[in-house]
Design a protein around this ligand. Structure first.
Ligand SMILES: *[C@@H]1O[C@H](CO)[C@@H](O)[C@H](O)[C@H]1NC(C)=O
Ligand SMILES: *[C@@H]1O[C@H](CO)[C@@H](O)[C@H](O)[C@H]1NC(C)=O
Length: 365
C-alpha cells in the first residue's frame, strides 16, 4: 500500500475544498457564477437568490406587518469592525441588534454591499424589480437566535437566516449615513484588511418606510448559497450621491495587499435566479404602494376645484338660459297677442337674445 498515495487520496481533495471555500470563487472568470454549483452544490438549487420581483405577480399578504429593527440605533461606544473579504466590504454588527416582525427573533450578524463597476452600464444591485436594477444593494444579515445557538448553526437551516435587502439608487444629494462606511473604505483597499470604525446608527441606512416590502424564501447570494434565507426586500429605495457610489465602486481590490495582479473589486452582484415553484409576497397592494408627490397632490386638488367651479358655472348658465327662454316665450306670446305680424316677433326675439348675452355672461361669472 502506497501511504503517500493514500494520504493524497484522502486529504488533498479536502484541502483543495477548504482552499476553494476560503478564497477562490469570483463573479466572473475561472470559478465565476456559472461554475459556483460545481464547487458548491447548493448554488445549483431551486430556491436561489437574488430574484427578479415581477410586481404584478406578487401576492398581497396582509399578515406581513412592518419590520422592526431593534437596537439598530443604540450602537454604544464599541467600534464596529469593517473588513474587505475579497468579495465585498463587511461590517460586523453587535449581537444586541436584532430584527422583529418575523415569526422568530433574529439577531444581527453583519451587513455588506453589492455594486457595479463605476462605468455607464446600469447594474449593481442583486435583486431587480420588474427587470430593473438599482445601482447598488445593502444586505443586513441576521440569524434565527430563537431556534439556533449561532450563525454557523443557523446558516444551513431552513428559516435560519433573515436578510434585509435595500436597493440603492443615485441622486444629487449626499447620504451622510453611508459616509459612515464609505469614508473608511480607503483603509481596507485590499482583501483581508480590517479596520475599526466609529459605531453609528445602522437604522439611518434603511429606508423610512419599513412597512412595504417583498418577502420570499431564498438563499445566500454567494457561495455556499445555502437556501436558508427569509428575504425582505424593501419597496422604498435609499439614495446616495453619484460621488459616493463611484467611491464605493472604484476603491477596493479583490486581491490581497502585495499581490502583483491587482484586481478591482467590482460588479460583485449575482445574476437573478429562476423563481421556480416559489411565490413572492408583498406586504402592500399596488394601490397603497403608489405614492403621490406633493406636486401631483397639488395638481389633483387644483384640478378638482377647477372642475367644480366649471360645473357650477355651466349648471348656472343652463338654469339662467332656461329661465331666459321661458321669459322670452311669455314675452313672445304677449307680443304676438298685441302685434300679430311675424316679422316684428322675430325682430323682438333677436333683439332680446343679442342684448341679453353680455348680461347673462356677467351674471354667470
Ligand atoms: C455553534 O453552535 C454549535 C451547536 O451548539 C456548536 O457546535 C458550534 O461550536 C458553535 N459555533 C460557534 C462558532 O460558536
Ligand atoms: C417559506 O417556507 C416556509 C416553509 O419552510 C413556509 O411556511 C413559508 O410560507 C414560506 N414563505 C414564503 C414567503 O414563501
Amino acid at each position: 500500500m502506497d501511504c503517500v498515495a493514500l494520504f493524497m487520496l484522502l486529504f488533498l481533495p479536502g484541502l483543495h475544498w477548504t482552499a476553494a471555500e476560503e478564497t477562490s470563487w469570483t463573479y466572473t472568470g475561472m470559478v465565476g457564477q456559472s461554475e459556483w454549483s460545481e464547487h458548491y452544490p447548493e448554488c445549483g438549487g431551486t430556491s436561489q437568490s437574488p430574484v427578479d420581483v415581477v410586481t404584478t405577480q406578487t401576492k398581497y399578504d396582509p399578515a406581513l406587518t412592518p419590520l422592526t429593527p431593534l437596537g439598530y440605533s443604540q450602537h454604544g461606544n464599541q467600534p464596529f469592525t469593517l473588513y474587505n473579504n475579497g468579495h465585498t466590504a463587511v461590517i460586523e454588527l453587535p449581537d444586541w441588534m436584532s430584527l422583529g416582525g418575523l415569526p422568530w427573533l433574529f439577531s444581527a450578524v453583519q451587513m455588506h454591499l453589492h455594486w457595479g463597476n463605476g462605468g455607464p452600464s446600469y447594474g449593481g444591485s442583486e435583486h431587480t424589480i420588474n427587470g430593473q436594477s438599482a445601482e447598488a444593494e445593502l444586505h443586513v444579515l441576521h440569524y434565527n437566535s430563537e431556534l439556533y445557538p449561532n450563525m454557523s448553526a443557523a446558516m444551513t437551516q431552513r428559516d435560519g437566516l433573515a436578510v434585509l435587502g435595500i436597493l440603492i439608487v443615485t441622486g444629487e444629494e449626499t447620504n451622510p449615513a453611508f459616509n459612515n462606511i464609505i469614508n473608511y473604505l480607503s483603509r481596507i483597499r485590499h482583501a483581508n484588511q480590517k479596520v475599526f470604525i466609529p459605531a453609528f446608527d445602522v437604522q439611518s441606512l434603511l429606508p423610512e418606510d419599513l412597512g412595504r416590502y417583498y418577502r420570499y424564501n431564498g438563499s445566500l447570494t454567494t457561495p455556499p448559497c445555502y437556501q436558508s434565507v427569509i428575504w425582505s426586500l424593501f419597496n422604498e429605495r435609499v439614495q446616495i450621491s453619484k460621488a459616493q457610489l463611484l467611491k464605493m465602486e472604484t476603491i477596493l481590490f479583490s486581491s490581497k495587499a502585495g499581490d502583483p495582479d491587482r484586481m478591482l473589486l467590482q460588479d460583485n452582484y449575482r445574476a437573478t435566479q429562476p423563481l421556480n415553484h416559489r411565490a413572492v409576497f408583498a406586504s402592500f397592494t399596488a394601490e397603497s404602494g403608489k405614492e403621490l408627490t406633493s406636486g401631483e397632490v397639488t395638481a389633483i386638488v387644483i384640478g378638482i376645484m377647477c372642475g367644480c367651479v366649471g360645473l357650477a358655472v355651466i349648471v348656472r348658465f343652463i338654469i339662467k338660459t332656461i329661465r331666459f327662454f321661458t321669459l322670452l316665450h311669455h314675452e313672445t306670446v304677449a307680443v304676438n297677442r298685441w302685434h300679430s305680424s311675424p316679422t316684428r316677433t322675430r325682430l323682438a326675439l333677436i333683439n332680446c337674445v343679442v342684448c341679453n348675452i353680455p348680461f347673462w355672461i356677467e351674471k354667470c361669472l
